[in-house]
Ligand binder design. Structure first.
Ligand code: PLP
Ligand code: COI
Length: 341
C-alpha cells in the first residue's frame, strides 16, 4: 500500500479529509448494516436533535504502525464501552460494542494510505461519533440517529510536543456534580470553548478545572486527565465522578504499577497538595502524556520541580513505556492491542 505524500513529521492536531468514513443509520428502532462511503459531508434536517439540543457524543482513539509493520489500535473495547455509557446518559441508542470495533477497524483499513509510518511521530486519529438526526422541536430525544467514524492523521495535540505546558486554574466549571462530566458528550466541549479561548488569549495552554461544588479538588482539563508524581515517586491521579474516565490514564496506572513497579494512588487530590508534587502531566489519547511545568492560580504560581524544559523523569518513563506498548516495542498486557492488519 502506497502511503499518501504527507509531511508526517510536521503534522499538528488538525482535520485532514481522508478517503473513507463509516456511516450507519438508526431508524424504526434498529441500526442498519452501515457502509464505508466517500462523501465527507452530512445532510440532516434543519431541526435535527443534534442541532437544536446538542444530542451528540463521540470517542477518540488512534491507529499506530508498529515496529514490525502492523496497523493496530489501542484498547478499542474501552472506547466502545465508554460510547455506550455516553449514549445511555444522553437517551441515544447504543451502537453494539462488537460492531463499534469492526467499524473502527474497517475505517482504518480503508484509509491505510493515511496511517503514518512507524517512527514518523504521527498517528491516525479515529473519531467515532453519534448524533440525533431527525427533527425534534419539543425537548425530547430524537428517533433517528447516525453513527459515523472518520479518521485523520495527526501530530502532537499541544504545539511544541513534549515541551512543558503552562496551565491556569479556571474560574469556569467544566461539569456539574451529578451532570455529564463522566461521559464524552459534545456539550461538555461546547461549554469549555469560552474558557479555552480566554486561557489562550492570556497565554495559557489549558485550563485546570476544580470540582465545582467546593473548588478545592483537582478534576481535569478540557481534554485530558491529570497525573501527578510525588517527590518520593508515587503516582497520584484524581478520582472523581465528574471527570472523563480516561483510557490513557487507566492504562498508565497499569504501566506504573506492573511495568515500572511504582505505587499508584487514585484518590481525591486537593488543589492545596499540588505545590508539593514533583511532576504533573496531562494524559489522554490526543495528549498522550504532556508535561505541565507551571500552574497559575490567579496571582500565585506553582512551578513544578521538573521545570520548563523537559519531561520529568517518571513522566518520561511512563510516556516511553506506554508509547512502546502502542508501537509494539514493548509487550502489551493481554487484550490491549487490536491488530487491524
Ligand atoms: N478528559 C477529557 C475531558 C477528554 O476529552 C479526554 C479525551 O478523550 C480525556 C480526558 C482522555 O481520555 P482518553 O485517555 O480516553 O483519550
Ligand atoms: C482525545 O484525547 O481523544 C480527545 O478527545 C481530546 C480532545 C481532542 C477533545
Amino acid at each position: 500500500m502506497e502511503k499518501k505524500n504527507i509531511d508526517w513529521a510536521n503534522l499538528g492536531f488538525g482535520y485532514m479529509e481522508t478517503d473513507k468514513r463509516f456511516v450507519a443509520n438508526y431508524k424504526d428502532g434498529a441500526w442498519d448494516e452501515g457502509a464505508l462511503i466517500s462523501d465527507p459531508t452530512v445532510t440532516i434536517s434543519e431541526c435535527a436533535g443534534v442541532l437544536q439540543y446538542a444530542q451528540t457524543c463521540f470517542e477518540g482513539l488512534k491507529a499506530y504502525t508498529t515496529e514490525d509493520g502492523h496497523i493496530v489500535t489501542f484498547r478499542p473495547d474501552l472506547n466502545a464501552a465508554r460510547l455506550k455509557s455516553s449514549c445511555e446518559r444522553l437517551e441515544m441508542p447504543v451502537f453494539p460494542e462488537e460492531r463499534f470495533i469492526q467499524a473502527v477497524s474497517d475505517t482504518v483499513a480503508a484509509n491505510e494510505a493515511y496511517v503514518p509510518p512507524y517512527g514518523s511521530g504521527a498517528t491516525l486519529y479515529i473519531r467515532p461519533y453519534m448524533f440525533g438526526s431527525n427533527a425534534v422541536i419539543g425537548v425530547s430525544p430524537a428517533d433517528e440517529y447516525q453513527f459515523r467514524v472518520f479518521t485523520t492523521p495527526v501530530g502532537p495535540y499541544f504545539k511544541g510536543g513534549a515541551k512543558p505546558l503552562t496551565i491556569r486554574v479556571s474560574d469556569f466549571d467544566r461539569a456539574a456534580p451529578h451532570g455529564t462530566g463522566h461521559i464524552k458528550a459534545g456539550l461538555n466541549y461546547a461549554m469549555s470553548l469560552y474558557a479555552i479561548v480566554d486561557a489562550h488569549k492570556k497565554g495559557f495552554d489549558e485550563n485546570m478545572y476544580l470540582d465545582p461544588a467546593t473548588r478545592t479538588k483537582v478534576e481535569e482539563t478540557g481534554g485530558a486527565n491529570f497525573l501527578f508524581v510525588t517527590k518520593d515517586n508515587k503516582v497520584v491521579t484524581p478520582k472523581s465522578g465528574s471527570i472523563l474516565p480516561s483510557i490513557t490514564r487507566r492504562s498508565l496506572i497499569t504501566v506504573a504499577r506492573d511495568y515500572l513497579g511504582l505505587e499508584v494512588e487514585e484518590r481525591e487530590v486537593l488543589f492545596e497538595e499540588v505545590k508539593d508534587f514533583a511532576e504533573c502531566g496531562l494524559c489522554g489519547t490526543a495528549a498522550v502524556i504532556s508535561p505541565v511545568g507551571k500552574i497559575v492560580d490567579h496571582d500565585k504560581e506553582i512551578c513544578l520541580p521538573s521545570g520548563m524544559t523537559e519531561m520529568g523523569p517518571i513522566t518520561k518513563k511512563l510516556y516511553d513505556t506506554l508509547t512502546g506498548i502502542q508501537m509494539g516495542r514493548i509487550e502489551a498486557p493481554e487484550g490491549w492491542i487490536h491488530v487491524i492488519r
